[in-house]
Ligand binder design. Structure first.
Ligand code: BTN
Length: 328
């Protein structure tokens, strides 16, 4: 077995150890290697930031894993997950969505994910910039290649938004909510956004790129100043100094994987229901600023193509883009 795979296997055994410890003898038996060879691989892992304790007569214990967004770490936490089959990491890039478009043109497969420590030209919705400083947040793009017609592609934005809500709840225990079309809020302030981009022929999707930005450990000073909506980070919203970006990224990819499979099996309906259940505006009076128009009505959920449904005066209006806020 190549040494890289040996280390992955070793890490898996340490992570799964029932009382935390695995004896050198047990590792040696399972991996078919001498105890000295195992010690050597433990040393390699230590040099990469893993804290592994060696207790005489009990064995090895994994005390802490490094919180780095590297291909090796991400891959080792994403075994069996279709999203993250291939991981491309950048210290710095223009935009993971731009790089994803490039990879799609080169034939990158479904499940390829790109992740950057910082972006110099991070793109937000409606041509806005996405503030992307290093060391604090998640900036990632996921490549999907569903066999669907182009009009259905916006449905996948909702897969990403629901997956974000679930990952935030799972890792941080915070209650997150969605806001149409693609925002995720904690305590009413925006913590994440999704920018989906589509490559399609007339009748078939070639690829959908889910670009996801999640403010994880940004400080108040680092938050973008905007009058449109209040913004926050998971650290600020929880009062904790920091959250593991690695854990959040892996939880996010696993949640996308799970919901995307449901979507492929059963269509948009379960995703739509999950999204509406996470949305505080459904059933309430709202106002939508859409271009120069200001529309008002009762939010009746989302349509099959992701349009916002506004009801009022016996009719239902469909809104394709805009910023929505409650008025009741
Ligand atoms: C929004 O405006 O709410 C959407 C923001 C999406 C930002 C992410 S960060 C990773 C990916 N790369 C980009 O350039 N944009 C998306």
């Amino acid at each position: 077995m190549p040494t890289r795979e040996v280390r992955q296997h070793l890490l898996r055994l340490l992570r799964e150890a029932e009382d935390g410890h695995v004896s050198g003898a047990a590792l040696s038996r399972t991996l078919g290697m001498s105890r000295a060879a195992i010690w050597k691989q433990v040393e390699v892992l230590r040099s990469r930031g893993y804290r592994i304790e060696a207790v005489p007569s009990r064995g090895y214990r994994l005390v802490e894993e490094p919180d780095l967004l590297t291909e090796e770490l991400l891959r080792s936490h994403l075994e069996g997950c279709g999203i993250g089959e291939r991981v491309v990491c950048f210290d710095q890039t223009d935009s993971t969505n731009i790089q994803a478009l490039r990879l799609v043109e080169e034939g990158a497969e479904e499940g390829t994910v790109l992740i950057a420590d910082s972006q110099q030209a991070g793109k937000g919705r409606l041509g806005r910039a996405w503030v992307s400083p290093p060391g604090v947040n998640l900036y990632t793009s996921v490549i999907l290649r569903p066999d669907i017609p182009p009009w259905q592609a916006p449905q996948l934005t909702f897969v990403a938004a629901v997956a974000l809500v679930r990952a935030i709840e799972q890792v941080c225990g915070l209650s997150a909510r969605v806001k149409w079309p693609n925002d995720v809020l904690v305590d009413g302030a925006k913590v994440a956004g999704v920018l989906s981009e589509l490559l399609a022929d007339m009748d078939r999707v070639r690829a959908v790129i889910l670009g996801i930005g999640l403010n994880v450990n940004m400080t108040r000073e680092q938050l973008p100043e905007t009058l449109r909506y209040p913004a926050t980070s998971l650290a600020l919203a929880s009062g904790r100094a920091s959250w593991s970006r690695l854990r959040l990224a892996c939880a996010l990819y696993r949640q996308i994987d799970e919901l995307y499979r449901v979507y492929l099996d059963r269509g948009f309906e379960p995703v739509r229901l999950a999204w509406e259940a996470s949305c505080d505006l459904v059933g309430r009076q709202v106002q939508v600023a859409s271009g120069d128009d200001l529309l008002a009505g009762r939010c009746a959920g989302i349509d099959l193509d992701g349009a916002l449904l506004l009801s009022g005066g016996g009719a239902t209006k469909r809104v394709l883009a805009g910023d929505v806020r409650p008025v009741d």
